[in-house]
Design a protein around this ligand. Structure first.
Ligand SMILES: [Zn+2]
Length: 376
Protein backbone atom coordinates (compact mmCIF):
# COMPACT_ATOMS: atom_id res chain seq x y z
CA UNK A 1 0.00 0.00 0.00
CA UNK A 2 1.56 3.29 -1.08
CA UNK A 3 1.69 6.43 1.07
CA UNK A 4 -1.33 8.02 -0.58
CA UNK A 5 -3.98 5.90 -2.26
CA UNK A 6 -7.37 6.93 -3.56
CA UNK A 7 -10.06 4.33 -4.21
CA UNK A 8 -12.88 5.74 -6.32
CA UNK A 9 -16.10 4.48 -7.89
CA UNK A 10 -17.04 2.45 -4.82
CA UNK A 11 -20.20 1.62 -2.94
CA UNK A 12 -18.89 2.18 0.59
CA UNK A 13 -20.57 -0.07 3.16
CA UNK A 14 -19.89 -0.34 6.86
CA UNK A 15 -22.14 -0.71 9.92
CA UNK A 16 -23.03 2.99 9.80
CA UNK A 17 -23.50 3.71 6.11
CA UNK A 18 -24.17 2.46 2.62
CA UNK A 19 -22.91 5.17 0.23
CA UNK A 20 -23.13 4.81 -3.54
CA UNK A 21 -20.46 6.31 -5.80
CA UNK A 22 -18.07 7.14 -3.01
CA UNK A 23 -14.30 7.37 -2.60
CA UNK A 24 -11.86 6.53 0.16
CA UNK A 25 -8.47 8.20 0.59
CA UNK A 26 -5.80 6.23 2.42
CA UNK A 27 -2.68 7.84 3.86
CA UNK A 28 0.17 5.88 5.48
CA UNK A 29 -1.98 2.80 5.99
CA UNK A 30 -4.82 4.68 7.65
CA UNK A 31 -8.13 5.92 6.28
CA UNK A 32 -7.77 9.68 5.81
CA UNK A 33 -11.15 10.61 4.31
CA UNK A 34 -14.35 9.08 2.93
CA UNK A 35 -16.58 11.10 0.63
CA UNK A 36 -18.80 11.39 -2.43
CA UNK A 37 -18.56 13.70 -5.41
CA UNK A 38 -15.31 15.32 -6.46
CA UNK A 39 -12.39 13.23 -5.21
CA UNK A 40 -9.15 14.75 -3.91
CA UNK A 41 -5.75 14.17 -5.55
CA UNK A 42 -3.56 11.24 -4.59
CA UNK A 43 -0.29 9.72 -5.75
CA UNK A 44 -2.06 6.48 -6.66
CA UNK A 45 -5.64 6.20 -7.83
CA UNK A 46 -7.69 3.04 -8.40
CA UNK A 47 -11.16 3.12 -9.95
CA UNK A 48 -13.14 0.28 -8.39
CA UNK A 49 -15.77 0.45 -11.15
CA UNK A 50 -18.76 0.18 -8.85
CA UNK A 51 -17.37 -2.53 -6.56
CA UNK A 52 -18.43 -2.53 -2.92
CA UNK A 53 -15.79 -1.48 -0.41
CA UNK A 54 -16.07 -2.60 3.23
CA UNK A 55 -13.77 -2.72 6.24
CA UNK A 56 -11.64 -5.84 6.50
CA UNK A 57 -13.45 -8.71 8.21
CA UNK A 58 -12.59 -9.68 11.80
CA UNK A 59 -12.81 -13.32 12.91
CA UNK A 60 -12.91 -13.85 16.68
CA UNK A 61 -12.99 -17.63 16.40
CA UNK A 62 -11.04 -19.67 13.87
CA UNK A 63 -8.79 -22.73 14.20
CA UNK A 64 -7.23 -22.95 10.75
CA UNK A 65 -7.71 -22.78 7.01
CA UNK A 66 -6.13 -23.42 3.63
CA UNK A 67 -5.10 -26.91 4.83
CA UNK A 68 -3.29 -25.52 7.90
CA UNK A 69 -4.26 -26.05 11.56
CA UNK A 70 -3.32 -23.30 14.00
CA UNK A 71 -2.06 -25.89 16.50
CA UNK A 72 0.69 -26.95 14.08
CA UNK A 73 3.21 -24.17 14.72
CA UNK A 74 4.18 -20.73 13.50
CA UNK A 75 4.31 -21.44 9.76
CA UNK A 76 0.90 -23.13 9.82
CA UNK A 77 -0.59 -20.16 11.69
CA UNK A 78 0.81 -17.68 9.17
CA UNK A 79 -0.35 -19.77 6.20
CA UNK A 80 -3.81 -20.38 7.65
CA UNK A 81 -4.30 -16.68 8.41
CA UNK A 82 -3.20 -15.86 4.85
CA UNK A 83 -5.75 -18.33 3.44
CA UNK A 84 -8.56 -16.54 5.30
CA UNK A 85 -7.16 -13.17 4.25
CA UNK A 86 -7.83 -14.07 0.61
CA UNK A 87 -11.48 -14.33 1.72
CA UNK A 88 -11.51 -10.88 3.29
CA UNK A 89 -10.40 -11.55 6.88
CA UNK A 90 -7.83 -8.95 7.89
CA UNK A 91 -7.89 -9.49 11.66
CA UNK A 92 -7.82 -12.86 13.35
CA UNK A 93 -7.95 -14.21 16.87
CA UNK A 94 -6.10 -17.50 16.59
CA UNK A 95 -8.29 -20.01 18.44
CA UNK A 96 -6.64 -22.93 20.23
CA UNK A 97 -8.68 -25.99 21.20
CA UNK A 98 -8.25 -27.72 24.56
CA UNK A 99 -4.87 -29.38 24.95
CA UNK A 100 -2.62 -30.35 27.88
CA UNK A 101 -1.25 -27.17 29.46
CA UNK A 102 2.35 -27.78 28.35
CA UNK A 103 1.11 -28.10 24.75
CA UNK A 104 -0.96 -24.91 25.04
CA UNK A 105 2.05 -23.11 26.50
CA UNK A 106 4.10 -24.07 23.44
CA UNK A 107 1.29 -23.11 21.06
CA UNK A 108 1.01 -19.68 22.70
CA UNK A 109 4.67 -19.00 21.91
CA UNK A 110 4.02 -20.05 18.28
CA UNK A 111 1.23 -17.47 17.99
CA UNK A 112 3.41 -14.83 19.67
CA UNK A 113 6.12 -15.37 17.04
CA UNK A 114 3.63 -15.35 14.14
CA UNK A 115 2.04 -12.14 15.48
CA UNK A 116 5.33 -10.25 15.31
CA UNK A 117 5.40 -10.42 11.52
CA UNK A 118 1.67 -10.35 10.70
CA UNK A 119 -0.45 -7.34 11.69
CA UNK A 120 -3.58 -9.42 10.99
CA UNK A 121 -2.94 -11.65 14.02
CA UNK A 122 -4.52 -9.92 17.00
CA UNK A 123 -3.80 -12.61 19.57
CA UNK A 124 -5.25 -15.81 20.92
CA UNK A 125 -8.68 -17.09 21.79
CA UNK A 126 -8.24 -19.99 24.22
CA UNK A 127 -11.30 -22.14 23.57
CA UNK A 128 -10.89 -24.18 26.74
CA UNK A 129 -9.56 -26.18 28.42
CA UNK A 130 -12.14 -25.29 31.15
CA UNK A 131 -15.17 -26.68 29.33
CA UNK A 132 -18.06 -28.94 30.31
CA UNK A 133 -17.24 -32.63 29.60
CA UNK A 134 -20.89 -33.10 28.57
CA UNK A 135 -20.71 -30.23 26.03
CA UNK A 136 -17.15 -30.68 24.85
CA UNK A 137 -18.01 -31.15 21.16
CA UNK A 138 -14.76 -31.72 19.29
CA UNK A 139 -12.47 -31.04 22.27
CA UNK A 140 -10.28 -33.88 23.56
CA UNK A 141 -11.91 -35.10 26.82
CA UNK A 142 -8.48 -35.89 28.26
CA UNK A 143 -7.38 -32.27 27.89
CA UNK A 144 -10.25 -30.65 29.80
CA UNK A 145 -9.27 -28.94 33.06
CA UNK A 146 -10.78 -26.97 35.92
CA UNK A 147 -10.34 -23.17 36.00
CA UNK A 148 -7.85 -23.19 38.85
CA UNK A 149 -4.25 -22.12 39.44
CA UNK A 150 -2.42 -23.90 36.60
CA UNK A 151 -4.80 -22.64 33.87
CA UNK A 152 -4.77 -19.10 35.23
CA UNK A 153 -0.96 -19.24 35.44
CA UNK A 154 -0.84 -20.23 31.78
CA UNK A 155 -2.76 -17.07 30.89
CA UNK A 156 -0.81 -14.83 33.28
CA UNK A 157 2.56 -16.11 32.05
CA UNK A 158 1.77 -15.52 28.36
CA UNK A 159 3.27 -12.56 26.49
CA UNK A 160 1.32 -9.42 27.55
CA UNK A 161 -1.75 -8.85 25.39
CA UNK A 162 -1.42 -12.20 23.65
CA UNK A 163 -4.44 -13.95 25.18
CA UNK A 164 -7.42 -11.78 24.25
CA UNK A 165 -10.34 -14.13 24.80
CA UNK A 166 -11.00 -17.24 26.90
CA UNK A 167 -14.00 -19.53 26.54
CA UNK A 168 -15.05 -21.34 29.70
CA UNK A 169 -18.05 -23.14 31.21
CA UNK A 170 -19.32 -21.11 34.20
CA UNK A 171 -20.72 -24.18 36.02
CA UNK A 172 -17.26 -25.61 36.69
CA UNK A 173 -15.97 -25.20 40.27
CA UNK A 174 -14.07 -21.94 40.53
CA UNK A 175 -15.28 -20.64 37.15
CA UNK A 176 -17.07 -17.54 38.42
CA UNK A 177 -13.96 -16.43 40.32
CA UNK A 178 -11.87 -17.17 37.22
CA UNK A 179 -14.16 -14.86 35.21
CA UNK A 180 -13.50 -12.06 37.72
CA UNK A 181 -9.77 -12.71 37.59
CA UNK A 182 -9.48 -12.95 33.78
CA UNK A 183 -11.62 -9.85 33.31
CA UNK A 184 -9.33 -7.94 35.68
CA UNK A 185 -6.42 -8.92 33.41
CA UNK A 186 -8.21 -7.26 30.48
CA UNK A 187 -9.15 -10.58 28.87
CA UNK A 188 -12.58 -11.07 27.30
CA UNK A 189 -14.37 -14.03 28.84
CA UNK A 190 -16.74 -16.02 26.66
CA UNK A 191 -19.36 -18.43 27.98
CA UNK A 192 -19.32 -21.64 25.97
CA UNK A 193 -19.21 -25.44 25.80
CA UNK A 194 -21.48 -25.24 28.81
CA UNK A 195 -24.51 -26.68 30.58
CA UNK A 196 -25.22 -23.29 32.18
CA UNK A 197 -28.88 -22.38 32.58
CA UNK A 198 -30.38 -18.91 32.25
CA UNK A 199 -29.67 -17.86 35.87
CA UNK A 200 -26.06 -19.03 35.87
CA UNK A 201 -25.42 -17.33 32.53
CA UNK A 202 -26.72 -14.07 34.02
CA UNK A 203 -24.40 -14.54 36.97
CA UNK A 204 -21.43 -15.15 34.67
CA UNK A 205 -22.29 -11.96 32.78
CA UNK A 206 -22.55 -10.05 36.06
CA UNK A 207 -19.04 -11.32 36.89
CA UNK A 208 -17.72 -9.87 33.62
CA UNK A 209 -18.30 -12.36 30.79
CA UNK A 210 -19.06 -10.43 27.59
CA UNK A 211 -19.34 -13.09 24.89
CA UNK A 212 -21.32 -16.23 24.13
CA UNK A 213 -19.19 -18.70 22.18
CA UNK A 214 -20.89 -20.02 19.00
CA UNK A 215 -24.38 -19.26 20.33
CA UNK A 216 -26.68 -22.31 20.35
CA UNK A 217 -23.86 -24.76 19.62
CA UNK A 218 -22.46 -26.78 22.57
CA UNK A 219 -24.98 -25.36 25.06
CA UNK A 220 -28.61 -25.91 26.12
CA UNK A 221 -31.17 -24.94 23.47
CA UNK A 222 -33.78 -22.21 23.95
CA UNK A 223 -36.80 -23.68 25.74
CA UNK A 224 -39.99 -21.85 26.59
CA UNK A 225 -39.73 -22.86 30.28
CA UNK A 226 -35.99 -23.39 30.44
CA UNK A 227 -34.60 -20.45 28.47
CA UNK A 228 -30.94 -21.45 28.80
CA UNK A 229 -27.96 -19.23 28.06
CA UNK A 230 -29.00 -17.68 24.73
CA UNK A 231 -31.90 -15.48 25.99
CA UNK A 232 -29.71 -14.38 28.93
CA UNK A 233 -27.12 -13.16 26.43
CA UNK A 234 -29.68 -11.66 24.03
CA UNK A 235 -31.27 -9.47 26.68
CA UNK A 236 -28.03 -7.98 28.03
CA UNK A 237 -26.43 -5.14 26.05
CA UNK A 238 -22.98 -6.00 27.38
CA UNK A 239 -22.89 -9.34 25.60
CA UNK A 240 -21.88 -10.24 22.04
CA UNK A 241 -23.12 -13.52 20.60
CA UNK A 242 -20.88 -15.44 18.21
CA UNK A 243 -22.76 -17.07 15.32
CA UNK A 244 -21.54 -19.67 12.80
CA UNK A 245 -23.60 -18.85 9.72
CA UNK A 246 -22.71 -21.86 7.56
CA UNK A 247 -26.16 -23.45 7.19
CA UNK A 248 -24.90 -26.44 9.24
CA UNK A 249 -24.39 -25.21 12.79
CA UNK A 250 -27.58 -23.15 13.16
CA UNK A 251 -30.73 -23.29 11.02
CA UNK A 252 -31.08 -20.11 8.92
CA UNK A 253 -34.44 -19.26 10.53
CA UNK A 254 -32.89 -19.34 14.01
CA UNK A 255 -29.82 -17.47 12.80
CA UNK A 256 -32.09 -14.72 11.44
CA UNK A 257 -33.90 -14.60 14.79
CA UNK A 258 -30.61 -14.00 16.61
CA UNK A 259 -29.37 -11.38 14.15
CA UNK A 260 -32.61 -9.42 14.22
CA UNK A 261 -33.24 -9.66 17.96
CA UNK A 262 -29.80 -8.38 18.97
CA UNK A 263 -28.78 -5.93 16.24
CA UNK A 264 -25.15 -4.82 16.57
CA UNK A 265 -24.43 -7.64 19.08
CA UNK A 266 -24.16 -10.76 16.93
CA UNK A 267 -20.66 -11.39 15.59
CA UNK A 268 -20.26 -13.67 12.61
CA UNK A 269 -17.40 -16.11 13.19
CA UNK A 270 -16.15 -19.04 11.16
CA UNK A 271 -14.96 -21.52 13.85
CA UNK A 272 -13.16 -22.85 10.76
CA UNK A 273 -10.75 -25.76 10.88
CA UNK A 274 -7.94 -26.52 8.44
CA UNK A 275 -10.26 -27.62 5.61
CA UNK A 276 -11.73 -24.11 5.18
CA UNK A 277 -10.65 -22.65 1.82
CA UNK A 278 -9.26 -26.12 1.07
CA UNK A 279 -10.37 -29.60 0.00
CA UNK A 280 -12.47 -32.31 1.68
CA UNK A 281 -10.46 -35.11 3.27
CA UNK A 282 -8.86 -36.25 6.54
CA UNK A 283 -7.63 -33.63 9.02
CA UNK A 284 -6.70 -33.21 12.70
CA UNK A 285 -8.23 -30.79 15.20
CA UNK A 286 -5.99 -30.78 18.28
CA UNK A 287 -5.54 -34.48 19.07
CA UNK A 288 -8.70 -35.64 17.29
CA UNK A 289 -9.24 -36.98 13.77
CA UNK A 290 -11.71 -35.08 11.64
CA UNK A 291 -13.27 -36.13 8.34
CA UNK A 292 -14.50 -33.50 5.93
CA UNK A 293 -17.02 -34.41 3.23
CA UNK A 294 -19.11 -31.91 1.25
CA UNK A 295 -17.60 -29.17 3.41
CA UNK A 296 -18.93 -30.74 6.67
CA UNK A 297 -16.31 -31.48 9.32
CA UNK A 298 -17.20 -34.39 11.64
CA UNK A 299 -15.35 -36.45 14.26
CA UNK A 300 -14.89 -40.23 13.87
CA UNK A 301 -18.32 -40.83 15.42
CA UNK A 302 -19.84 -39.32 12.26
CA UNK A 303 -22.13 -37.10 14.33
CA UNK A 304 -20.11 -34.53 16.29
CA UNK A 305 -19.46 -31.35 14.32
CA UNK A 306 -15.75 -30.48 14.45
CA UNK A 307 -15.69 -26.85 13.45
CA UNK A 308 -16.71 -25.48 10.09
CA UNK A 309 -15.19 -25.03 6.65
CA UNK A 310 -16.60 -21.53 6.48
CA UNK A 311 -14.80 -18.39 5.42
CA UNK A 312 -16.11 -15.08 6.70
CA UNK A 313 -16.93 -13.71 3.23
CA UNK A 314 -19.36 -16.61 2.78
CA UNK A 315 -21.01 -15.80 6.11
CA UNK A 316 -21.50 -12.15 5.09
CA UNK A 317 -22.89 -13.25 1.72
CA UNK A 318 -25.29 -15.70 3.43
CA UNK A 319 -26.51 -12.99 5.80
CA UNK A 320 -27.36 -10.71 2.87
CA UNK A 321 -28.45 -13.15 0.17
CA UNK A 322 -30.03 -15.99 2.19
CA UNK A 323 -31.25 -14.20 5.32
CA UNK A 324 -32.14 -10.88 3.69
CA UNK A 325 -30.19 -8.63 6.06
CA UNK A 326 -29.35 -5.06 5.03
CA UNK A 327 -25.79 -4.95 3.69
CA UNK A 328 -24.62 -2.59 6.43
CA UNK A 329 -25.99 -4.90 9.15
CA UNK A 330 -24.38 -8.00 7.63
CA UNK A 331 -21.05 -6.23 7.13
CA UNK A 332 -21.25 -4.80 10.65
CA UNK A 333 -21.68 -8.31 12.08
CA UNK A 334 -18.27 -9.25 10.68
CA UNK A 335 -16.49 -5.91 11.29
CA UNK A 336 -17.65 -3.36 13.85
CA UNK A 337 -19.39 -5.89 16.10
CA UNK A 338 -16.31 -8.08 16.63
CA UNK A 339 -14.11 -4.96 16.88
CA UNK A 340 -16.33 -3.63 19.67
CA UNK A 341 -16.39 -7.02 21.39
CA UNK A 342 -12.60 -6.92 21.48
CA UNK A 343 -12.45 -3.25 22.43
CA UNK A 344 -10.40 -2.51 19.29
CA UNK A 345 -10.77 1.19 18.40
CA UNK A 346 -8.73 1.02 15.18
CA UNK A 347 -10.74 -1.51 13.22
CA UNK A 348 -14.26 -2.21 12.01
CA UNK A 349 -15.43 1.01 10.31
CA UNK A 350 -14.50 3.07 7.26
CA UNK A 351 -13.75 6.25 9.14
CA UNK A 352 -10.85 8.62 9.25
CA UNK A 353 -8.09 7.37 11.55
CA UNK A 354 -9.07 3.71 11.24
CA UNK A 355 -6.65 1.16 9.80
CA UNK A 356 -6.99 0.85 6.02
CA UNK A 357 -7.87 -2.84 6.14
CA UNK A 358 -10.23 -2.99 3.18
CA UNK A 359 -12.14 -5.49 1.07
CA UNK A 360 -13.53 -4.90 -2.42
CA UNK A 361 -16.49 -7.13 -3.38
CA UNK A 362 -18.31 -7.74 -6.65
CA UNK A 363 -22.08 -7.38 -7.06
CA UNK A 364 -22.63 -10.99 -5.84
CA UNK A 365 -20.69 -10.39 -2.61
CA UNK A 366 -17.61 -12.29 -3.72
CA UNK A 367 -14.24 -10.91 -2.66
CA UNK A 368 -12.29 -9.22 -5.45
CA UNK A 369 -9.38 -7.66 -3.60
CA UNK A 370 -8.10 -7.28 -0.05
CA UNK A 371 -5.83 -4.57 1.38
CA UNK A 372 -4.09 -5.12 4.70
CA UNK A 373 -2.68 -2.02 6.33
CA UNK A 374 1.02 -2.44 7.04
CA UNK A 375 0.80 -0.17 10.08
CA UNK A 376 0.72 -1.87 13.45
ZN1 LIG B 1 -16.23 -24.70 20.01
Amino acid sequence: MTADLLLTGARVVDARRDLPDAWVRVHNGLIAEVGTGLAPRASERIDLGGATLTPGLIDLHVHGGGGHAFDDGTDAITAGVAAHRRHGTTATLVSLVSSPLDVLRRQLTHVAVARRSDPAILGVHLEGPCLSPARRGAHDPGALALPDGPVLDLVRDAEPGLVRQVTLAPELPGALDAITELTALGIRVAIGHTEADYALTREAIARGATLLTHALNAMPAIGHRLPGPVPAALEDDRVTLELILDGVHVHPAVARMLLTSAPRRVALITDAMAAAAHADGAYRLGELDVHVADGRALLDDGVTIAGSTLTLDRAVRAAIVDLGLAASDAVGAATSVPAAALGDPARGLLESGMRADLVAWDADWRVRKVWLSPSS
